[in-house]
Design a protein around this ligand. Structure first.
Ligand code: PGA
Length: 239
């Protein structure tokens, strides 16, 4: 398992359903990994094998994993298959999966647990919708997502948490810096065991705001969608 303690910041590129072989080749030729940071590229699964570089601070992550271990589940990829292909990280419970693929906290919990057992680090995504924020339910939602999505066997060395307000994803909107720091503090103070967890922020991160976000005392890195597709932009974010 990757030693997370080694890194001061963690940056994850979430390509979502984007990219092809030539995009990937060009991206890797131009990518400049900073050796103080852990950089993880989450490409569509079919490209994961071609991503492995020889930079010790650059890793591959899957965007999802099956909650099943094996059997008659057409189209699925198991945690052990990811391990078999040297994948070190996997996003779990991204809001797009919760929204479009009916992913529940229970499923996120099972997937995360299966990943940890295969020595893959789950990046467990949580976050409130705009409606929930407007009803002042952010704290309640985050608390219940942590309680139900994070498996008992997770700890700060084998799992990551990403706080991604749903309304900030792909919209260009972000919470204030205070709101981000407070949400991260809430997550870390949820229970004694979360104090040392690395918590990443995601939602409309770009080169113009990444520095002030990563400098926040309770933020340990960022999960980047749209801006990670432009390699120059991503290079600035991770530099
Ligand atoms: P965004 O996406 O950076 O495009 O807002 C973040 C994410 O979905 O993880």
């Amino acid at each position: 398992m990757v030693n997370l303690d080694k890194y001061s910041s963690i940056f994850i590129a979430n390509w979502k359903l984007n990219g092809n072989s030539s995009f990937l080749k060009d991206y890797y030729e131009k990518l400049k990994v900073n050796s103080n940071n852990c950089t993880i590229i989450c490409s569509p699964s079919i490209y994961l094998k071609s991503l492995k570089g020889n930079n010790e601070n650059l890793f591959c992550g899957a965007q999802d994993v099956s909650s099943f271990k094996e059997g008659a589940y057409t189209g699925e990829l198991s945690a052990s298959m990811l391990k078999d292909n040297n994948i070190d990280f996997c996003l779990v419970g991204h809001s797009e999966r919760r929204q479009h693929f009916a992913e529940t906290n229970d499923k996120v919990n099972t997937k995360s647990s299966n990943l940890i057992k295969e020595n893959i680090i789950p990046v467990i995504c949580i976050g409130e919708t705009l409606e929930q924020k407007e009803k002042n339910l952010t704290e309640e939602i985050l608390t219940s997502q942590i309680k139900d999505s994070v498996p008992n066997l997770a700890n700060h060395q084998n799992a990551l948490i990403a706080y991604e307000p749903v309304w900030a994803i792909g919209t260009g909107l972000t919470p204030t810096l205070d709101e981000i720091n407070q949400a991260h503090e809430l997550i870390k103070n949820f229970d004694q065991k979360f104090i040392d967890f690395k918590v990443l922020y995601g939602g409309s991160v770009k080169s113009s705001n990444s520095k002030e976000i990563t400098n926040l005392s309770h933020v340990d890195g960022c999960l980047i969608g749209g801006a990670s597709l432009k390699v120059d932009e991503f290079n600035t974010i991770i530099s």
